[in-house]
Design a protein around this ligand. Structure first.
Ligand code: ACO
Length: 324
């Protein structure tokens, strides 16, 4: 017998304000046609004035707890993956904790940019596997619209705001790939590429938050290689093949990256959950948002094998194989 972290519930929240490509083309020199062809993105959600990352996180977290059927008093751990915290400190997780109403448990943020959700899933899974906690709430939440350079058409069209969450709970497993729960996680980082995708400011350097800067072509080139590699290590670590994977639930960066990666892995497009068209790249929120979509529209079913993979600034990248 071993301990597995089973996903009991999934939640999502997208701000009400939707900005279409056509609307964006009134603000920057771009077109719906260019954005759709290069990225697959049709629209993004933008948080309202006064609506912060913690507000989005709370909505998604509550929805995940509701689906899981658990009360905040049952939570032992709260992690928020975000690159766009409400404040430099305290952690956004602490602000979420105060509203959700579970004082005393550990609550902290993880900053791994677009890989934040997979990093957080791995951390929570390890807390659960070592029996330090039984139930964890893991949220990915971002208000990326707040640190985009709205004069840079090559980056501002790609991102949006949103939050997604899962509730994980310890359950007994046999130690095989037939177990329900997180089967394995695989994390990577390579700081040599920090200047390809970064914010050009920070507390210690400029005393500002800075704006997102990206060399898009180079990100693309690294992303397709790293995503395929980390997807392969996840299936190999569990003695399964891509034919056993029911759904690829990838980080939603852009549809060309999703298509190229699926093709490299020999996965057909109808096995990939794609939501990037509806909310653009929401960084740490994007995998749980895609998971939520797949679960609520009935495609993802209990017992199915899910492969999550992601890549983001740092570079960071990683994967998780999960039996839902
Ligand atoms: N609208 C219209 N034209 C544009 C826009 C725009 N929004 N943005 C750039 N262009 C122009 C450029 O100025 C350039 O014009 P030029 O030929 O006259 O110089 C032309 O389009 C081509 O630009 P490229 O940068 O070569 O376009 P490319 O085909 O590489 O597509 C893109 C750019 C979409 C950013 C692509 O490189 C990409 O998808 N990169 C991955 C980036 C990504 O997903 N980042 C997310 C964060 S990391 C992650 O999550 C994995």
């Amino acid at each position: 017998m071993i301990v597995r972290s089973v996903i009991l519930g999934v939640g999502a929240y997208l701000p009400a304000n939707i900005v279409s490509n056509a609307e964006l083309s009134k603000r920057v020199d771009t077109t719906d046609e260019w954005i759709t062809e290069r990225t697959g993105i049709k629209q993004r959600h933008v948080a309202a004035e006064g609506q912060f990352t913690s507000h989005l996180a709370i909505e998604a977290g509550r929805a995940a707890m509701e689906m899981a059927g658990i009360k905040s008093s049952e939570l032992d751990l709260l992690i928020v993956a975000t690159t766009t915290p409400d404040n430099t400190f305290p952690a956004t997780a602490a602000k979420v904790q105060a509203v959700i109403g579970r004082p005393g448990i550990p609550a902290f943020d993880i900053q791994a940019v677009c890989s934040g959700f997979v990093y957080s899933l791995a951390v929570a899974d390890n807390f659960i596997k070592t029996s330090q906690v039984k139930t964890a709430l893991v949220i990915g939440a971002e208000t990326l619209s707040r640190f985009l350079d709205w004069t840079d058409r090559s980056s501002c069209v790609l991102f949006g705001d949103g939050a997604g969450a899962v509730v994980l709970q310890a359950a007994e497993g046999q130690g095989t790939s037939a177990d329900r729960g997180v089967l394995s996680t695989h994390l990577h980082s390579d700081g040599r590429y920090a200047d390809i995708l970064y914010a050009d400011g920070g507390v210690s350097s400029t005393q500002t938050t800075g704006l997102l800067r990206m060399k898009g072509k180079e990100v693309f080139r690294h992303a397709v290689v790293n995503l395929a590699d980390t997807a392969r290590e996840a299936v190999e670590a569990n003695g399964v093949t891509f034919a056993d994977v029911d759904w690829l639930v990838p980080h939603q960066a852009n549809s060309r990256i999703l298509d190229s990666t699926a093709e490299k892995l020999g996965l057909s497009a109808d096995k990939v959950i794609v939501t990037v068209d509806k909310h653009a790249n929401t960084s740490a929120a994007s995998i749980p948002l895609a998971l939520h979509q797949g679960v609520t529209d009935g495609r993802i079913k209990r017992g199915q094998l899910l492969l999550m993979e992601t890549m983001g600034g740092g570079f960071t990248w990683g994967s998780a194989l999960v039996r839902f």
